[in-house]
Design a protein around this ligand. Structure first.
Ligand code: CA
Ligand code: CA
Length: 153
């Protein structure tokens, strides 16, 4: 699940104005350098308020290094870098897969001759929202007595 955030991150006017004080004229515009926000997930107001404009996903982009530029009336430009780290939330379920895929157990074969089927899980979230996983077999599984299941610690 990804939520669209609309929170104000920073007010940049004061910091950037110190860098641009060679000119005594007022600011005309702020902008985010496009290469530092390729998916246009942030926006900045004329007052220098940086906000989240599009959903953020740590599994897609975990870190931003935005470059904010301010322009005054005569074209002087000041810039400021802003580092943004996303905090992980548990928004992905474990994805299970087997080796081999698919697992095939032949009938009428000595159990000792049947290669094991291993089940693994992956999850793009980080600890404690991702691996390691706890696996168990549903007690209502009808073939529980026919298979031997071993869990790695
Ligand atoms: Ca997860
Ligand atoms: Ca996540």
């Amino acid at each position: 699940m990804r939520a669209i955030l609309s929170v104000s991150l920073l007010y940049l006017r004061a910091n950037i104005s110190r860098r641009c004080q060679q000119s005594s004229v007022a600011f005309r515009d702020f902008r985010i350098a496009r290469e530092s926000d390729p998916k246009r997930q942030f926006s900045i107001s004329q007052g220098g308020e940086l906000t989240v404009a599009q959903p953020l996903d740590r599994e897609d982009i975990p870190y931003y290094n935005l470059r904010i530029e301010a322009f005054d009336e005569v074209g002087n430009v000041g810039s400021q870098r802003i580092e943004i780290y996303l905090i992980d939330v548990n928004d992905n379920a474990p994805d299970l897969y087997t080796v081999p895929d698919p697992c095939i157990f032949m009938e009428n074969t000595d159990p000792g001759q049947i290669p094991p089927c291993e089940i693994f899980g992956k999850d793009p979230d980080t600890r404690p929202n991702g691996p390691p996983f706890t696996m168990r077999v549903d007690p209502s599984y009808p073939f529980l007595k026919l298979v031997s299941i071993v869990f790695d610690p």
